[in-house]
Design a protein around this ligand. Structure first.
Ligand code: PBG
Length: 330
């Protein structure tokens, strides 16, 4: 009458649950996004991202040391650029003494073994808030790829270990790979945002960098002509395959939680490392619910990052990285 197999035997105690646990989170899983601003002594909280900050370079040093002491050994850098430095062709992005280039050097100075990845896209530098150059109401693909390739060289020359193009232009991985190789930067890797969706979850990030697309006539008001349609699944496989063929060392799915089906598809289809970006809106959503007392922050946070890894992520880019590793008990 009774079942021979009782699955609950393997759930009876904390010890047995640990013994049969399939997914273990560790500091090695995380890539920590960092927001950087010009100035001195600045650590300003981002309104829509409670307990997440923009740092000036001097205070960035302390933050990087803290991350290292927690076992977090990889960072992904983003800069907030002053309006006066923005244009439509990414001029400031190529400044060898620009904020990004100085930020890379600052991280390496205080922590030479910290892995430094940099965001490569024009939006923080664009008067229009677009990832590429705008021409006649459109985002000009090939002209943008040329600037992104130069930008990648500039980041690599400043000391970046990996560049992370987040723009979704066609052919940019090949353009960047060739440019790096021709400049003898063969060891610099590429983490491609390969399946990046036109998601509404990026709102708080655009607040953090003041990089939202502008509302001006004849300028596209969203990023739907280059980021992927949220309704598409097979297209993610095509995008990822192309990026791998063009030379991506790591591919990425973004955002995280709503796209874990895509993560598993890609994990089953390719054998390169997969990063998942748990984006700003996902962070904000949990913070808001926890603030209201509607969700238990720490348990939900651990459940979320565990689910992302279980789905197939090898790397998790997350604003929760620090909070998670502080809670880990082995
Ligand atoms: C810029 C970029 C964005 C994010 C990472 N790189 C925003 C966008 O594409 O509009 C989003 C990250 C987040 O929301 O946490 N190309």
């Amino acid at each position: 009458m009774f079942p021979i197999r009782r699955n609950r035997r393997l759930r009876q105690s904390d010890a047995i649950r640990r013994l049969v646990r399939e997914t273990i989170i560790s500091p090695n899983d995380f890539l920590v996004p960092l927001f950087i601003v010009e100035g001195k002594g600045i650590k300003e909280e981002i309104a829509s991202m409670p307990n997440y900050y923009r740092y000036s370079l001097d205070l960035l040093k302390d933050e990087v040391k803290t991350l290292w002491s927690l076992g977090l050994k990889s960072v992904l850098l983003f800069v907030k650029v002053e309006d006066s430095l923005k244009d439509n062709k990414g001029t400031e992005a190529l400044n060898p003494n620009g904020l990004m280039q100085r930020a890379i050097k600052t991280v390496k100075e205080v922590c030479p073994d910290m892995l430094v990845m940099t965001d490569v896209a024009l939006d923080p530098f664009s008067v229009y808030g677009h990832d590429g150059i705008v021409e006649n109401g459109k985002i000009a693909n090939d002209a943008t790829v040329e600037v992104l390739a130069e930008m990648s060289i500039s980041h690599a020359e400043a000391g970046a270990d990996f560049v992370a193009p987040s723009d979704m232009m066609d052919g940019r991985i090949l353009g960047i790979r060739e440019a790096l190789d021709q400049s003898n930067l063969i060891d610099v890797g590429i983490m491609s945002y390969s399946a990046k969706y036109a998601s509404a979850f990026y709102g708080p990030f655009r607040d953090a960098l003041d990089s939202a697309p502008v509302d001006i006539q004849n300028i596209p008001k969203d990023k739907k002509t280059y980021q992927m349609d949220v309704a598409n699944r097979e297209e993610a496989i095509r995008e990822t395959e192309m990026d791998i063929n063009e030379g991506a060392d790591i591919v990425m799915v973004k955002p995280g939680l709503c796209y874990l089906d895509i993560v598993r598809d890609i994990k089953n289809s390719f054998d390169v490392p997969i990063a998942v970006y748990q984006v700003s809106g996902e962070y904000a959503m949990l913070k808001a619910a926890a603030e209201k007392g509607w969700l238990d922050h720490d348990s939900v946070m651990l459940e979320q990052v565990t689910s992302i890894k279980r789905a197939g992520a090898d790397i998790i880019a997350s604003y929760f990285a620090k909070d998670v590793v502080k809670l880990l008990k082995y």
